[in-house]
Design a protein around this ligand. Structure first.
Ligand code: GDD
Ligand code: MN
Length: 387
């Protein structure tokens, strides 16, 4: 139902995604600007002032989504919010992640349009009114700030970042059939009702929220790109490290396989195979170099392998939920426990397969698969459990 003209509140209840005309009549914001922040204390006030200046003719609000920044960004945002009701602060505790923060920020708003912009002033907020105009006119459902079309640029990138960005864009285009020029952009505006339809399929892990949106929509989102210049960071530092490459691979895999293959499981299995090599090396050193009896050398090998698996998983597989401080010790002990039970499961399954069908490699493979699935499931439940 379309809700143009003078509708009462009762009528609006049946049209939750009514157009901007209704929203402005009720004094509600037309645009919600979502700003993910992590350690951006010195940038948020400047961004707020710039939004205020550039969005003068528009009803807007800004939602800062802060992952409990150690520098107290959320405190600064609260200060702004106390003076201006258009400012809101969503402080998330025990969670990290750019994509997840953007998703929650957009879903926290009820404005018809939502924009995502970085806090560090690298994106060009003066493009926002143009983006609103394109959504208002119905020409687009998604407007992307693009560095890679005529008039845009990413000169502030160093060689390495520029190369990585170009490679990821090319992969997205070929593998996920994403047609836009800059799917890696973190600067865009979307109709909230369209976003809400896609939201359940989006990945909360990782950095590439726009790529996820575009890939998930499978060409069904009317999209326009407008050029902008990716500026230099004002204060603080980038949170992107070389590990974003992993997030990217994970997203591509998930989209390709409709969420059947998870990067986490692949990483866990990969760490497991590295553990096998570690085990054999430790066994060799203990048994051959230090002349330990076989049983003891084997136990040492297992202990060394479990420890190195734990460390690798903590840094790689579960880096977004990395255990720190005292929790590391507790996690390690739990991991030993999980893996020991996993070993029983492994041997048990291998034996019963071997009894049925005495093919050593088949039985071994079945046992190993049982072991890794068990270890993965239990580690997720007990060692790196979501808080
Ligand atoms: N809430 C939250 N949680 N915010 C985060 C997190 C997090 O874990 N990590 C980063 N942010 C916030 C930063 O505070 C900043 O406002 C914004 O997300 C972008 O992070 P940067 O660390 O500045 O990333 P970048 O400049 O290297 O890359 C950005 O721009 C690229 C080009 O548009 C990102 O937006 C990339 O995704 C994008 O490709
Ligand atoms: Mn940045």
């Amino acid at each position: 139902m379309s809700a143009r003209g003078g509708y009462t509140l009762a009528a609006m209840e049946h049209a939750p995604d009514s157009g901007p005309e209704t929203a402005s009549q009720a004094g509600l914001p037309e645009l919600s600007v979502v700003v993910p922040t992590f350690n951006e204390r010195d940038n948020v006030t400047v961004l707020y002032r710039r939004l205020e200046a550039t969005l003068a003719g528009i009803r807007w609000e800004v939602v800062f989504v802060d992952d409990n920044s150690p520098d107290g960004t959320w405190e600064v945002v609260r200060g702004l919010a106390r003076k201006d009701p258009r400012v809101r602060c969503l402080r998330r505790i025990g969670r990290r992640g750019l994509s997840g923060a953007c998703i929650e920020g957009i879903l926290a708003s009820s404005a018809p349009y939502a924009a995502v912009i970085d806090a560090d002033l690298q994106h060009d907020e003066s493009q926002l009114p143009k983006m609103v105009a394109l959504l208002r006119s119905g020409e687009a459902e998604l407007v992307v700030g693009s560095r890679y079309i005529e008039g845009g640029s990413a000169d502030s990138f160093n060689r390495q970042r520029a190369g990585a960005s170009a490679l990821a864009t090319e992969i997205a285009r070929r593998v996920l059939k994403v047609e836009i020029a800059d799917p890696m952009s973190g600067f865009f505006m979307i109709r909230r009702d369209r976003f809400e339809q896609l939201a359940p399929q989006l990945s909360t892990q990782g950095f590439k929220i726009l790529l996820d949106i575009v890939a998930t929509a499978q060409g069904k989102l009317r999209t326009i790109e407008i050029p902008y210049t990716f500026g230099a960071r004002q204060h603080g530092e980038s949170k992107l490290d070389s590990m974003v490459a992993l997030d990217f691979v994970g997203l591509v895999l998930a989209k390709l396989t409709h969420d059947v293959v998870s990067l986490r499981f692949l990483l866990f299995a990969m760490v497991g195979s590295i553990g096998l090599v570690v085990h054999l090396v430790a066994l060799f050193i203990a048994h051959e170099v230090f002349n330990a009896p076989f049983a003891e050398a084997q136990a040492i090998g297992a202990l060394v392998a479990m420890t190195s698996n734990f460390i690798l998983n903590n840094f790689l597989t579960y880096r977004d939920q990395r255990l720190k401080g005292f929790a590391i010790l507790r996690g390690l002990l739990l991991f030993y426990l999980v893996c020991s039970v996993g070993l029983f499961a492994n041997v048990g399954v291998a034996f019963s397969v071997f009894e049925q069908e005495p093919i050593w490699w088949l039985a071994g493979l079945a046992g190993a698969l049982m072991g890794v699935v068990w270890n993965y499931a239990m580690s997720g439940l007990f060692v790196w459990r979501k808080r």
